[in-house]
Design a protein around this ligand. Structure first.
Ligand SMILES: [Zn+2]
Length: 266
């Protein structure tokens, strides 16, 4: 590993009753401060009282709890785009792609209200399953209850109507092809993060320590010089209203949405 500083935003996806044991084991292995590991919670699962107690304890320990879809499962029928997305990237978890903009808004609000109903405080972050946002207009995006909405390429600020590009590293490699492509893109993104000083998002899934890139997770975590929470990075970004060139080499820059365009995540 090279010695340049590396700032990271670490998250664990798919926190649900059925992944409780694996998430607990993963947290123990990561050994990071709780405030720096955001947990992406799937509300529409069979949450029992003791599962909710576990989640409350994690929140009290300092973990931000972010919204992560509702059921984490797609509904039929699927569009051609959705079918391709499933085959290449998301399998059958990109549930936003099953809905229109109105349906996505309802789903995200249901997700938000679940936290409140269960005495939990959602963090300002929402991450659609497989980072696939679906077809939301800027107005619909602005009407979501979460301030920050993460996609494959970065994070929307629904208050400021801006988008900030952030590199991403993922490890959900259950096939040789996925391992190869993830390793390739991770190397590019980690190197970009080191060069530019832009924080890298490290998106982990509960099974990652059993999959093909397991051996690459701990060395990367050890190379992180500063692990931060999402709002820490996103509330202070400089907004460049005119530019679509996105990032300078030293400063994190967001851009204002161009007028009257659809925001498509993914
Ligand atoms: Zn997920």
């Amino acid at each position: 590993m090279r010695s340049e500083p590396l700032t990271a935003l670490v998250s664990i996806h798919d926190v649900m009753p059925e992944t409780r044991t694996r998430v607990t084991a993963m947290l123990a292995r990561l050994k990071l401060p709780a405030q720096a590991v955001t947990l992406l919670v799937v509300p529409g699962k069979d949450w029992q009282a003791e599962d909710l107690d576990w989640l409350r304890a994690l929140q009290e320990a300092g973990h931000p709890l972010a919204g992560h879809g509702w059921s984490h499962r797609c509904q039929p029928p699927m569009t051609l785009y959705h079918r391709l997305h499933s085959a290449l990237l998301s399998r059958d978890v990109a549930e936003h792609l099953s809905f229109s903009g109105d349906g996505i808004q309802r789903l995200v609000w249901d997700c938000y209200r679940w936290f409140i109903r269960n005495g939990l405080t959602p963090s300002p972050l929402y991450v659609p399953p497989a980072w696939a946002l679906g077809a939301l207009t800027p107005a619909q995006l602005a009407g979501l209850p979460f301030r920050y909405v993460e996609t494959l390429s970065g994070v929307h600020d629904t208050h400021k109507h801006t988008f900030t590009r952030l590199p991403l590293a993922g490890f959900e490699a259950d096939t040789a092809f996925r391992a190869w492509t993830l390793r390739f893109f991770n190397a590019i993104n980690i190197s970009q993060s080191r060069r530019s000083g832009t924080p890298i998002r490290i998106g982990l899934h509960p099974d990652d320590f059993e999959l093909r890139l397991a051996g690459e997770i701990t060395p990367l975590i050890k190379a992180v010089t500063k692990a931060v929470a999402y709002p820490q990075v996103l509330t202070n970004v400089k907004v460049d209203p005119g530019s679509l060139s996105l990032l300078s080499t030293t400063t994190l820059i967001s851009f204002k949405y161009p007028k009257k365009t659809r925001q498509k995540g993914g």
